[in-house]
Design a protein around this ligand. Structure first.
Ligand code: TXE
Length: 492
């Protein structure tokens, strides 16, 4: 039995205006398991108008910051209560490991609680006026209607890091999940209703990037776009937004360096390198896809790496045993297979994997290429799959130059026991996040985002709410005179 989802617009569960639907697939079985409304510009308009109405009129517009916090706390509780069901949906729709999703969903309510607590601590300022008879202050106001566009690789987590601060700031939202993985976001919409958010504050629509995503970005009533996705779509969104001076937060791709010095704890570094690239089958923006090994440890490190990665268990994402699941979408699977051929064609040496798994379907073996040089495409382009490129280096200076020689700047890992080197490296690497003797550590309080082509702005932490606020300066004249030498004085 195919499940049929609907979209949440203005507090009602609706079909697409066109009446059309599309299928969503289980990447493990390859079978369609649900259908979704195929939204277009008409649905985009309806959702934005609902969000705009809720922003300007009605209970949300009058709610105090503490009131918004209380609703967010309720939402967090509901996320915790529904974690199991949401995790199962994500596994079915996206192929994510159940083990990983369980942990992620236990952490996700913290996004709601963190920003619930922050909602009533966003303060304006009272700068001293530069003239007599004036009182001057600033207000922090919600930026307006926010469109949140998220990709398929981690739908709920990427959505939470946008939606929670935006709501805490007082914005209203239209969420557009990826056409490949919309089910969890649509189920998430039910929790907003149960938590008691007024209709129109949170809307969720489904459909394709060009058909409904783009009209949302271009809609005149939308003030800000919070986007996570690929570099090309991010560029398009940024260009369209710029035309209308819309605010953007962009979380895009990466080709992150993971750097191991010869003084590192080798066993930890091997585990960090394996988790860095093969977690979520490499389908994460922070994947440590370029592994830099210092000359003197190169050979024995690769040997151990191949041993550990080669033992990874591929299989059913619902099984607790499984360490690497299927690739989430067929186009992504095809792209990864193509990059394997490109790497071989460029002369990289395949030390592990290098082919589709014998499990069939959308499984790809964990793959390690050594002898990679910086000029190869496999060393510079984001693959977004379980493919590791190994490069070698002589010393600190050389590896900093190589690591930074990329248009991306999302994350970087450094493995060393030398404290001075750790500090130097953290300052020299051009990346939004640097991990020393760890990889992939993330937490709600720490800003997340990239430099260069990896994005604009930061999510999470106190900084994560800034992008959803505007500052308004208020000048109040209390002495009766205009008080401003440049204002015309007209006496009748
Ligand atoms: O992402 P898209 P795709 C990288 C990864 C992957 C590549 C392509 O390398 O191979 O991107 O993946 C919506 N206006 N990442 O094509 O297109 C789209 O509907 C408005 C890295 O799946 O970026 C979806 O909801 N919206 C990344 C969202 O953008 C548009 C995670 C992301 O889809 C749009 C995923 C448009 N013109 C892929 N075009 C990361 N940073 O983690 C598309 N969309």
């Amino acid at each position: 039995m195919m499940r049929e989802y609907r979209m949440l617009v203005g507090g009602a569960w609706v079909e697409a205006a066109s009446g059309q639907r599309f299928e969503t697939f289980n990447p493990y079985t390859g079978e369609a398991w649900a259908t979704l409304p195929r939204g277009n510009a008409d649905d985009a308009d309806a959702a934005v108008q609902a969000a705009y109405g809720a922003l300007k009129r009605g209970p949300w517009s009058k709610l105090t910051a503490a009131g918004r916090g209380a609703l967010l706390r309720k939402l967090g509780d509901l996320m915790a209560e529904n974690a199991e069901a949401l995790a199962r949906t994500e596994v079915r729709d996206n192929g994510k490991l159940y083990g990983e999703m369980g942990a992620q969903l236990r952490a996700l309510p913290q996004f709601a609680y963190y920003y619930a607590g922050l909602a009533d601590k966003i303060e304006g300022a009272v700068p001293p006026p530069d003239r007599d008879g004036f009182f001057t202050y600033t207000r922090r106001e919600p930026v307006g209607v926010v469109v949140c566009i998220v990709p398929w690789n981690s739908p709920l987590a990427l959505m939470a890091s946008k939606v929670m601060p935006a709501l805490a700031a007082g914005c209203t939202i239209v969420l557009k999940p990826s056409e490949f993985t919309s089910a969890s976001a649509l189920e998430f919409g039910e929790l907003f209703e149960q938590a008691g958010f007024p209709p129109g504050v949170f809307n969720v629509v489904s459909g394709f990037g060009k058909e409904i995503g783009q009209p949302l970005v271009e809609h005149p009533r939308v003030a800000k776009i919070a986007f996570t996705g690929g570099e090309e779509s991010g560029r398009r969104v940024n260009e369209l937004a710029a035309r209308h001076f819309k605010r953007v937060t962009l979380e895009l791709g990466g080709k992150s360096p993971n750097i191991v010095f010869d003084d590192a704890d080798i066993e930890s570094a091997v585990n960090g390198a394996v988790a860095g690239i093969f977690a979520a089958a490499g389908q994460t923006c922070i994947a440590g896809s370029r592994l830099f090994l210092q000359d003197s440890i190169h050979d024995r490190f690769v040997e151990r790496l191949v041993e550990v990665a080669g033992a990874a268990i591929l299989g059913d994402p619902n099984s607790e045993e499984t360490q690497i699941g299927p690739i989430a979408t067929k186009p992504q699977y095809d792209k990864i297979i193509e990059y394997i051929a490109i790497a071989k064609g460029e002369g990289a040496f395949c030390a592990l994997g290098g082919k589709a798994s014998e499990l069939g379907g959308q499984f790809i073996e964990p793959t390690i290429f050594t002898g990679v040089s910086p000029d190869m495409r496999i060393a510079s382009e984001e693959v977004f799959g379980p493919i590791l490129s190994v490069l070698r280096f002589r010393d600190e200076e050389e590896v900093v130059a190589m690591a930074n020689d990329t248009t991306f700047g999302l994350a970087a890992g450094v493995w060393t026991q030398n404290i001075g080197r750790a500090f130097r490296m953290s300052a020299s690497l051009e990346a939004g996040m640097v991990w020393i003797n760890t990889y992939r550590a993330v937490g709600i309080g720490m800003p997340f985002g990239g430099m260069k082509h990896s994005g604009i702005g930061r999510e999470n932490g106190i900084e994560g709410i800034e992008g959803y606020l505007e500052t308004k300066s208020v000048w109040l004249n209390y002495d009766g005179e205009t008080g401003n030498p440049f204002v015309m004085k007209i006496k009748g």
